[in-house]
Design a protein around this ligand. Structure first.
Ligand code: GLN
Length: 476
């Protein structure tokens, strides 16, 4: 019987199984079938995956050089373009749309011999915290099927949680990789803004969006990052910085770090007391191990969620204007509509309620008379946060915080209260506002039976340090 623990062990297995990739693909296809009710996958590329597995087995057996992700089975959030495959952002407005090119991450995965097994459900246009905004239904948390998966990359988180693939790629604009990772008990990594190309990622809020990785181990996340990161002529916001060999560098950690945590974050009234005490106990352990741990003030905590929602909805209202029924996907079939009417009807029927709410909110904060009061102010807060983060990282190596204030909630519990839903993002949006890398590592189990994580953040492009300490903490 095939079982997956890590890419390294899988590669050892492949070394003495000539048809190992095929065995692995068949294993995951049957797991996906068994777990269909979780609604993690919108589409499964069964035949293609089997075909590619056979080709990879032949390649390996012939002694040719194999890729770093040889035979590794990956799924993609439905916002990442894969040539010749449907792409819908879990929205009706992209009905029938097929991508005509590969995103840069897909190209890099395939160049290193990965196998893409399917496309995962998510909140529509990656807007949400529970995967309940998908036009194709919610995703169930495999740990307790009455609970949400988290969002917006809920399908991807559950794909890794329930053992339906080895690695999944999501996107993280304000926590959409880390938050569902926390709810599902897996690793969720959001690298620095500009570490991974966004070419071929459907845009939500372009100055925040970043592709992220779900994995079962820090080593697997590090290896995947090493493959998909790096400069790209198709995305001018990607850094030219050399990509470190994360998968080897993270083993070299015996250093003692200077770690800060935000007093206001751990004292916040929305934070579940058991989560607070678990984080504090880990901070004590780190101190005992010789790391320098200190509480610092973060007076702006109450501002991060409003700032995030003003700026991201503003960017979304512009990014989503391209979905008009003319260029892509769904078009209203009303016959006597002029062009403006056609736009209206298409967008009214094609977009779901949350997306419409955000387009309206974003248009409002950008409109004349309100622009200064909302958009400009929010930009100023973002600037202040960036200055603050630079000061923090001149004194500390890392910041530790909870990932989410509570564990996964019941399906339907927060759908009527958008503010409550937005507030689940209180600890994750900060990293996106300032562009630093952040990871959620699944090291806790709540007395209610659900898993939860701890979030680590480091300075820009310091993923090595982030991953090294994460690995150390996952081992202890
Ligand atoms: N929950 C946040 C939002 O709805 C984060 C989404 C994301 O990171 N894509 O905007």
């Amino acid at each position: 019987m095939f079982s997956f623990t890590s890419i390294k062990n899988y590669h050892t297995f492949l070394a003495d199984h000539p048809n190992g990739c095929k065995i692995a693909v068949n294993h995951f296809l049957s797991k996906i079938e068994e777990n269909k009710h979780l609604n993690s996958f919108l589409e499964v590329y069964a035949e293609e995956a089997i075909q590619l597995a056979k080709e990879l087995d032949i390649k390996r057996n012939s002694g040719k050089k194999i890729g770093k992700l040889h035979g590794v089975i990956v799924s993609l959030k439905d916002v990442i373009a894969y040539k010749g495959h449907h792409l819908s952002a879990s929205s009706k407005i992209l009905a029938g749309f097929t991508s005509i090119y590969d995103s840069t991450v897909v190209k890099k995965l395939l160049e290193e011999d990965a196998i893409i097994i399917g496309r995962n459900n998510c909140d529509e246009f990656a807007m949400g915290s529970s995967n309940e905004n998908s036009a194709f239904g919610f995703v169930r948390n495999a740990m307790d099927e009455n609970k949400v998966s988290g969002g917006s990359s809920g399908g991807s988180a559950v794909a890794v949680q329930a053992g339906l693939c080895m690695i999944s790629l999501g996107s993280d604009t304000g926590g959409s990789v880390r938050q569902p990772a926390d709810y599902c008990g897996v690793i969720g990594l959001k690298p620095s803004y500009g570490r991974i190309s966004r070419y071929g990622l459907i845009a939500y809020a372009s100055s925040f969006d970043q592709i992220g990785i779900f994995a079962n181990s820090v080593d697997d996340a590090a290896l995947c990052l090493e493959v998909i990161a790096g400069k790209d002529e198709f995305d001018s916001t990607v850094s030219e910085k050399i990509v470190p060999q994360y998968s080897t560098l993270i083993h070299q950690s015996s250093k003692k770090y200077r770690i800060a945590y935000f007093k206001q974050a751990l004292e916040h009234p929305s934070l579940n007391p058991e989560i607070a005490s678990s984080i504090l106990s880990v901070l004590e352990i780190l101190t005992k191990k010789g790391h320098f741990v200190q509480a610092i003030d973060f007076e702006l905590l109450e501002y991060v969620v409003p700032t995030y929602y003003i700026l991201t909805t503003a960017e979304a209202s512009s990014n989503l204007s391209r979905f008009d029924g003319i260029k892509y996907g769904y078009r209203s079939n009303s016959t006597n509509a002029d062009l403006t009417e056609l736009y209206k009807q298409t967008r009214s029927a094609g977009f779901g309620n949350e997306v419409k709410r955000r387009i309206m909110l974003g248009s409002f904060v950008l409109s004349s008379g309100y622009y200064e009061a909302y958009y400009t102010r929010a930009q100023q807060v973002r600037r202040t946060l960036s200055n603050q983060v630079n000061r923090i990282f001149s004194e500390y190596d890392l910041i530790i915080s909870p990932t989410v204030p509570s564990t996964a909630f019941n399906i339907g519990e927060k759908t009527d209260d958008p503010i409550k839903m937005f507030l689940t993002d209180i600890y994750t949006v900060f990293a996106n506002l300032v562009g630093i890398p952040a990871i959620s590592i699944p090291i806790f189990k709540h007395s209610n039976g659900m898993p939860f994580g701890l979030q680590l953040m480091s300075s820009h492009f310091n993923e090595v340090l982030l991953l090294a300490l994460s690995k150390e903490m996952m081992q202890s």
